[in-house]
Design a protein around this ligand. Structure first.
Ligand code: PMP
Length: 359
């Protein structure tokens, strides 16, 4: 096999413009990044305190089993310790699942648009990607079920879905899981779980008790405000976790990352306050959308997909010049829309003023 022929046409992940890059480009001192759904409030003050008094021996390898974090998280999630798998971000777990289960000759089913890493990893592994368009921003589970055949290895569900923010309804999810053969792995990516306020949402961890082929992904990168530390995790029945664990790098979570995640878990009031402030931020954006007669998807995440009735690349560029980094819909499969992370109330207010100027 010629190395030059491998992965032809694949591009590396492009995270969008960095704060430093934009500062330099436009000679600006202050940049607000609302592009990657990070937490605008940072992380728990307990984590900051922990960082100031660090006592970790960085000369030795971290605990490859993340024992302390595992025990604490098992208690918080309400599962056994051997039902958890940690990744260097949930990105790494998506890679582990893909590496373990996808290969040429098998297919994988997902929505479109959705989080691009499912597709990216499937292509690296040489699997066929079957993409099912969203209906009004939501997963079309009926059509997704029809796309499953005897060669399907993995189905990816993202709830709330990035980039629309829409939740998969509980009864639809349950019906779908019943329909899918148990040989097919169902991945339910709940990266934005902590932000969900919909009262019909039932904790999906319950699903894994009855379904050996369901795995749930969550992360410390979003509401916990620890994206820079790279800690994500998966929850499933222990047999499934044991199957995936050999694919994991032996020391995939840095000692410091395990430490901060453990401390962050102890501060549920921080998460609660972020959820409340996020909800109020969503209302600011919804009000703007209504006033300007722009469509906005009903989000359950910490971001919104907002119609701009213009070329979203131009809106993106216009906002960049004014010091706001957001995502253009052209880059994420939603032309005519922009995806914006909910900031602090002040950031949202300023952002909406700038957006009104460029529209
Ligand atoms: N899943 C979804 C739906 C996401 O939006 C993201 C981050 N943008 C991730 C997974 C990856 O998160 P991380 O690797 O930081 O845990």
């Amino acid at each position: 096999m010629q190395w030059k022929n491998q992965l032809t046409g694949m591009k590396p992940y492009q995270p969008g413009r960095s704060i430093d890059e934009v500062k330099k480009m436009f000679g600006l001192d202050e940049i607000v990044k609302l592009a990657s759904n990070e937490n605008p409030f940072g992380c728990s003050p307990k984590v900051r305190e922990f960082m100031e008094n660090l006592s970790i021996n960085h000369a030795i390898y971290p605990d490859g089993y993340a024992s302390a974090l595992r025990l604490a998280l098992a208690n918080v999630v309400g599962v056994e310790e051997d039902q958890l798998l940690f990744g260097n971000g949930s990105d790494e777990i998506i890679m582990m699942i893909s590496r373990a289960l996808l290969q040429p000759g098998v297919n994988t089913v997902m929505a479109t648009p959705t989080f691009p890493q499912y597709r990216h990893n499937a292509i690296i592994e040489g699997a066929e990607v079957r993409e099912v368009p969203l209906i009004k921003g939501a997963h079309d589970l009926q059509e997704m079920a029809l796309q499953i055949d005897e060669s399907t290895a993995v189905v990816w569900l993202c709830s709330p879905n990035n980039p629309t923010g829409m939740l998969i309804e509980q009864h639809e999810l349950e019906e779908f899981i019943q329909k899918v053969p148990k040989e097919v792995l169902i991945v339910l990516d709940e990266a934005y779980f902590e932000y969900i306020t919909d009262s019909t949402y039932k904790n999906s961890i319950e699903l894994i008790k009855d379904h050996e082929n369901v795995i749930i992904l969550r992360t410390f990168s979003k509401a916990y405000g620890l994206a820079g530390f790279r800690v994500g995790y998966a929850v499933a029945q222990k047999e499934l976790i044991a199957k995936l664990d050999p694919v994991r790098e032996p020391f995939n979570n840095a000692a410091i990352s395990q430490g901060v995640a453990l401390v962050a878990l102890q501060d549920s009031s921080f998460i609660e306050s972020c959820r409340i402030q996020n909800e109020s931020g969503i209302k600011q954006l919804e009000k703007f959308a209504k006033e300007h007669q722009l469509h906005i998807y009903p989000t359950q995440g910490n971001f919104v997909l907002l119609e701009v009735k213009a070329d979203s690349d131009l809106v993106f560029e216009g906002l960049l010049k004014k010091g706001f980094i957001i995502r253009s819909g052209n880059a994420i499969g939603t032309p005519g829309y922009i995806r914006v992370t909910i900031g602090t109330n002040d950031q949202n207010k300023e952002f909406l003023q700038k957006l009104a100027d460029v529209l």
